[in-house]
Design a protein. Structure first.
Length: 43
C-alpha cells in the first residue's frame, strides 16, 4: 500500500472468498478497506 511500517496494532474488518478445487485454494477475491486501514495507521 506504500505506507511505511509503523509497528502499530490496528483492528479492521475484511471479507475474503475462496474457490476450492480438490481441497486446494485455486482462486481468492475479497474486500479490504484500504482507506480505513491507511487512516488507522496514520492516526
Amino acid at each position: 500500500m506504500g505506507v511505511p511500517a509503523t509497528g502499530k496494532r490496528i483492528i479492521f474488518e475484511a471479507l475474503e472468498n475462496f474457490r476450492i478445487e480438490k481441497g486446494k485454494i485455486v482462486e481468492s477475491w475479497g474486500y479490504w478497506p484500504d482507506k480505513d486501514i491507511e487512516q488507522k495507521l496514520n492516526a
